[in-house]
Design a protein around this ligand. Structure first.
Ligand SMILES: Cc1ncc(COP(=O)(O)O)c(C=O)c1O
Length: 410
């Protein structure tokens, strides 16, 4: 009756069951929805309903009367693609022709389209571990086989081209075709990236072995420290015009507007191959036409006005990270991994009991919710992942409860 791509309704895991049964309130240190964490810019509450200037600007941008008429363009209307091109130039110094941009409703949808473009059922897509857990479902929905390449745990979970290459060769030796390699750049939740010469090495391998590189850059505007020679936008990096490389971005992070559902794909590659890819991608997009006209018309203004919101998020993340480091100082039983980018922090905690038991204890006895490392495929226990977005008072109290549960004095 049903396809094998959709899972049978299965029993909830212990954490989900505990959450479903909860009646007492708890502090949520997993909150990553920027519209529900009471962001403030100075004294002005950016998310305080229609009173805030920011909200008024978003609503005004969406009220363009041209949005009453439907004249779809599968790749996205030109003014919207030009706005993305201007964003790349202004924020990242990358020159991106609007012709090489395709709009989608979300990064998840963009992944789906690129998986359809690059892979046939059974082909392999390589993804990093630890990383963003949704990739399993997105690959499965396209009937692709998901293999993982490991980030270097001994090196702060750095992304290395050699680890990707080893997995490509392993998959090929087992008779698989590798259709695509996914970079999450910066990675969620470790904040680490593949950059510089290693990126060029990966592009050379992609060209030689014939796979596409998909670089998920939704957190690219949230980089707090860079390595020298870092390249932020993979599809504009040296060598990208030799392979087929797709950079993904979107409003959900770059303007903190996940509810508006607009993302983009920036494609690069050798002329013939790139033209072919763009034509096929346009054909896929034409089957959906999923991005609404009002949000496309609003895009230039939404991106233009995003800076204040991004500044508020930067301030929030850096503030909460400082509080976290103060509560878990270096040399103690809990190690806070560096946060080079993104909205999350990873804590290495003593592996004296399974992560799931610890997370359940935190919820049930301390009324605080965090994520266990295994959700993100950390290679060993024990890690906890916390969002750095919650309001500072919630965050401070939440991590104090985590510290008390772990017996960290303070
Ligand atoms: C690394 C990464 N990619 C993509 C997404 C999804 O973004 P979108 O809302 O555009 O689908 C997320 C969401 O948190 C994410 O963490």
């Amino acid at each position: 009756m049903f396809s094998r791509r959709t899972p049978a309704p299965h029993e909830l895991n212990r954490l989900a069951l505990a959450l479903a049964a909860r009646t007492r309130p708890f502090l949520d240190l997993t909150a990553t929805n920027p519209t529900s964490v009471a962001l403030r810019s100075g004294e002005a509450d950016l998310f305080d309903g229609a009173r805030s200037g920011r909200d008024a600007r978003v609503l005004a941008a969406l009220a363009d009367a041209r949005g009453l008429v439907y004249t779809p363009d599968p790749k996205g209307i030109l003014s919207a693609r030009t706005a993305v091109s201007n964003y790349y130039a202004a924020v990242h110094g990358a020159l991106v022709p609007p012709d090489q941009i395709v709009l989608a409703a979300s990064s998840s949808e963009a992944y789906g389209w690129l998986f359809k473009l690059a892979g046939d059922p059974g082909d392999v897509v390589l993804v990093p571990a630890p990383s963003y857990p949704l990739l399993d479902a997105l690959a499965e929905l396209e009937s692709l086989t998901l293999h993982r390449y490991a980030l270097a745990s001994e090196d702060g979970f750095a992304v290395h081209a050699a680890a990707v290459e080893a997995e490509v060769r392993r998959a090929e030796a087992a008779g698989h075709r590798v259709a695509a390699v996914v970079l999450v750049n910066p990675n969620n939740p470790t904040g680490t990236s593949l950059a510089g010469a290693e990126l060029s090495t990966l592009f050379a391998l992609a060209k030689e072995r014939g796979f596409a590189v998909i670089s998920d850059e939704v957190f690219v505007d949230f980089r707090y420290s860079d390595r020298p020679g870092d390249v932020r936008i993979a599809a504009s990096a040296p060598g990208a015009e030799e392979a087929l490389v797709f950079s993904l971005g979107g409003l959900s992070k770059s303007a903190a507007l996940p509810q508006l559902k607009l993302s983009w794909i920036f494609a690069n590659g050798p002329a013939g191959l790139l033209d072919d890819a763009l034509e096929r991608l346009e054909w896929i997009a034409d089957a959906y036409l999923s991005v609404s006209t009002p949000v496309q018309l609003a895009l230039p203004k939404l991106l233009e006005h995003a800076r204040g919101t991004l500044d508020a998020i930067w301030a929030r993340v850096l503030h909460n990270e400082r509080a976290l480091r103060a509560r878990f100082p270096e040399g103690g039983p809990v190690t806070v991994l560096p946060v080079p980018a993104g909205w999350a922090a990873c804590l290495r905690v003593p592996a004296v009991r399974p992560e799931e038991d610890l997370v359940l204890d935190l919820l049930e006895s301390h009324d605080v919710l965090v994520q266990p490392g295994y959700f993100f495929d950390f290679p060993f226990e024990a890690f906890l992942v916390v969002s750095l977005l919650p309001a500072p008072e919630v965050f401070r109290e939440g991590i104090s409860r985590v510290a008390r549960c772990l017996g960290v004095p303070g």
